[in-house]
Design a protein around this ligand. Structure first.
Ligand code: AMP
Ligand code: MG
Length: 312
């Protein structure tokens, strides 16, 4: 058995990524992982002109385009999350994301007229899928897709698959905050993942969760935002209003076997709030996961599965 670890940080999927593998000295595992993430970025980016998503967006209102099976799967799963979340999660959000330009345009608040005009383009029901021919179409001209709420999660699952195929037993994958752990830490203890205090500087935690073999993903209003007249305008937009969601929570963290699902869930639950999870008729009841919400008062609301494990 070799000892020590290998590690790589790289920029892809519009964010900084890090992969750390213990008891392994084979750099080719990192090369293959990084190549896979870049391959997904090439397919799924809304900015690269030859990506599947750009092809779909530039062809809106003009019929079907052929897409890769990975893109197809992500579109299908996204639409399932739109249904489960009653339309809160909607990858056709892109025209609103562009209008607000959070993190790009300085403290810009669009007019209500602009918002209501652009909001009409956002509706997952106008994303058409042809599963036999792996084709997709956006029915309305000007419609556009943004996989920013789910793609990193899927990419992290893919890196996990690559590492497991190579018999890696201890690793931590962090794709822009979408964390996937393999096994335990090399000393045999569980990974300890901090839950960021959304009101503090990075690294200040409100709690720590022990994690083994799971994905842990957070959506928060502290990632990209500005504050104007006491209102926090951030990067997760409620398709029902056309404005950054205002559900009185600062962040939500999901722990699950599947990082893709955890990613889509955090974005959905961030908009819907804890009520969507704790009501007896929750649409997410069929999925296996745990969640922790942080309220504006920095109160933690956790599911039974992890409440006892959360430490300060
Ligand atoms: P996350 O940080 O995973 O919650 O994803 C946020 C990103 O998802 C944003 O930067 C947008 O690219 C995209 N997004 C924003 N609002 C929504 C929404 N309502 N449904 C799906 N994706 C969204
Ligand atoms: Mg997400």
């Amino acid at each position: 058995m070799t000892t020590g670890f290998i590690e790589r940080s790289f920029y892809s999927l519009g964010t900084l990524n890090n992969i750390k593998i213990y008891n392994c000295n084979d750099e080719s595992v990192l090369d293959i992982s990084q190549n896979r993430v870049n391959e997904l970025d090439d397919l799924l980016s809304a900015f690269k002109p030859n990506s599947d998503i750009s092809k779909l967006n530039s062809n809106s209102g003009k019929g079907y385009v052929e897409i890769h099976k990975d893109t197809f799967m992500l579109l299908s799963r996204s639409i399932e999350f739109s249904k489960m979340s009653s339309g809160a999660f909607d990858i056709s959000i892109r025209p609103l994301v562009e209008l607000w330009g959070i993190g790009k345009k300085n403290n810009f608040i669009p007019s209500t007229d602009e918002i209501s005009k652009v909001r009409k383009l956002v509706n997952y029901k106008n994303i058409m899928l042809d599963s036999k021919n792996k084709m997709a179409a956006l029915l309305k001209e000007g419609q556009a897709i943004d996989l920013g709420g789910i793609a990193k999660g899927f990419a992290a699952d893919e890196v996990k698959r690559i590492l497991l195929e190579r018999n890696i037993e201890s690793a931590i994958i962090n794709l822009g905050g979408n964390i996937v752990t393999i096994g335990n830490k090399p000393d045999g203890n569980r990974w300890k993942i901090g839950i960021q205090n959304p009101l503090s500087v990075r690294g200040q935690n409100v709690g720590v969760l022990p994690i083994t073999n799971k994905a842990i993903v957070t959506s928060g209003s502290n990632e990209r935002f500005f504050i104007k007249d006491g209102v926090r305008y951030h990067h997760i937009i409620d398709p029902r209003t056309g404005i950054p969601s205002n559900s009185s929570i600062l962040s939500v963290t999901v722990v699950s076997d599947c990082s893709m699902d955890a990613d889509a869930l955090t974005t959905s639950l961030f908009i819907l709030g804890p009520e969507a999870l704790f009501s007896s008729s929750s649409a997410f009841g069929d999925l296996q996961f745990d969640a922790v919400f942080i309220t504006e008062e920095l109160e933690l609301i956790a599911t039974d599965g992890i409440r006892q494990q959360l430490t300060k």
